[in-house]
Write a protein that binds this ligand. Structure first.
Ligand SMILES: Nc1nc2c(ncn2[C@@H]2O[C@H](COP(=O)(O)OP(=O)(O)OP(=O)(O)O)[C@@H](O)[C@H]2O)c(=O)[nH]1
Ligand SMILES: [Mg+2]
Length: 336
């Protein structure tokens, strides 16, 4: 009776739906792999699965955690996650890691960083998919959040390094964005773009412990003053700035209270639903932009002229606007 092979039985749509809804970790893991797959048949199945699960989604608290490398994001997520589990919640952690191809591995690849959380029955940790463009990774992460909600996770934390484009993408898929900063070195913003400060719903100065405590408190006060001059994202919410230590746990209760308060405030004013609607619409448009861009470059009549038209624009023979009109005309004609 027993199969001599270790190959896993392939799951049918119904198996995935039932497994995810039951919170079966093995099925959940495979469903996420399906979402990340670039195989055409996998993509079809994944979208069918999402469609089936959609009514069971939306119940999670979606939180992004960003900050410079080494700010303590993983340490903080583990601490916070353990607290939430103690409070009876189910917690999932995802990563959007633009640098996962570098030799150091992905954000959560080094499992020891969240080893304690990973061992918890009520936690689920998934590293960033390796390879692939950041946009694709982000799209898979957005869909993974939905799967996790359908599987009954109450809180979904998404970690990303705040040094490029990834934090903008993460801001577009979460309810609350937590920005982790470090005090010291004179420059409190350490290469963090001002733009990300404007996206943050809660800001925390981490490593407020030991010899660093005073500097962290000072940085907190300075930043709180600076933030008051930024345009608020919501008229019901002024992003608070806290000093915390992920290492010794101080300030984490206040930090969670702030995140929770943000979520409840948005929900109470109808802004949570509006934000999620806007995010879904923005995602639709970013998928359309990507698809149209690809279709445009691949269109035979466009591909045949593109290089030549570019050269004529570079040489000043054609204005960029004329060139664009010519190429869009070519794109609009049926290919054959
Ligand atoms: N003193 C102190 N050290 C901390 C604190 N939080 C994290 N660390 C240390 O800072 C280092 C980086 O912590 P991580 O949690 O890996 O930081 P990260 O932001 O996730 O880093 P990347 O994922 O590489 O971007 C580790 O050595 C931690 O032990 C803290 O609150 N206080
Ligand atoms: Mg990390």
């Amino acid at each position: 009776m027993s199969e001599p092979t270790v190959r896993r039985r392939s799951l049918r749509l119904e198996d995935y739906v039932a497994g995810v809804k039951d919170g079966d970790r093995a099925v959940l893991g495979r469903a996420i792999t399906l979402l990340e797959s670039r195989r055409a048949d996998h993509r079809v199945l994944a979208q069918e699965l999402l469609t089936r699960l959609l009514p069971a989604t939306g119940g999670g608290q979606r939180i992004g955690v960003t900050g410079v490398p080494g700010a303590g994001k993983s340490t903080l997520i583990e601490r916070l996650g353990l607290r939430l589990i103690e409070d009876g919640k189910r917690v999932a952690v995802l990563a959007v890691d633009p640098s996962s191809s570098r030799s150091r591995g992905s954000i959560l690849g080094d499992k020891t960083r969240m080893g304690e959380l990973a061992r918890q029955e009520r936690a689920f940790i998934r590293p960033s998919p390796t390879g692939g463009a950041l946009g694709g990774v982000a799209a898979a992460t957005r869909e993974t959040i939905l799967l996790l909600e359908a599987a009954g996770f109450d809180v979904v934390l998404v970690e990303t390094v705040g040094v490029g484009q990834s934090e903008i993408l993460v801001a577009g898929m979460v309810d609350s964005l937590l920005l982790l900063l470090l005090a010291g070195a004179g420059d409190e913003l350490q290469g963090i773009k001002r733009g990300i400060l404007e996206l943050a719903d809660v800001v925390a100065i981490n490593k407020a412990d030991g010899a660093n405590l005073m500097a962290a408190r000072e940085a907190r006060a300075q930043l709180a003053a600076a933030l008051r001059f930024l345009p608020p994202q919501s008229r019901h919410w002024q992003p608070p700035v806290l000093a915390v230590s992920a290492a010794d746990g101080s300030g984490l209760a206040e930090l969670w209270a702030a995140l929770d308060d943000h979520h409840r405030t948005l929900a109470a004013h109808g802004e949570l639903a509006a934000k999620r609607r806007r995010q879904a619409r923005d995602h639709l448009w970013s998928l359309l932009d990507d698809g149209l861009h690809r279709a445009f470059r691949q269109h035979p009549a466009v591909a045949a002229r593109l290089r030549d038209v570019e050269r004529r624009v570079e040489g000043g023979e054609l204005t960029p606007r004329q060139a664009a009109e010519q190429l869009l005309d070519a794109f609009g004609r049926p290919s054959s």
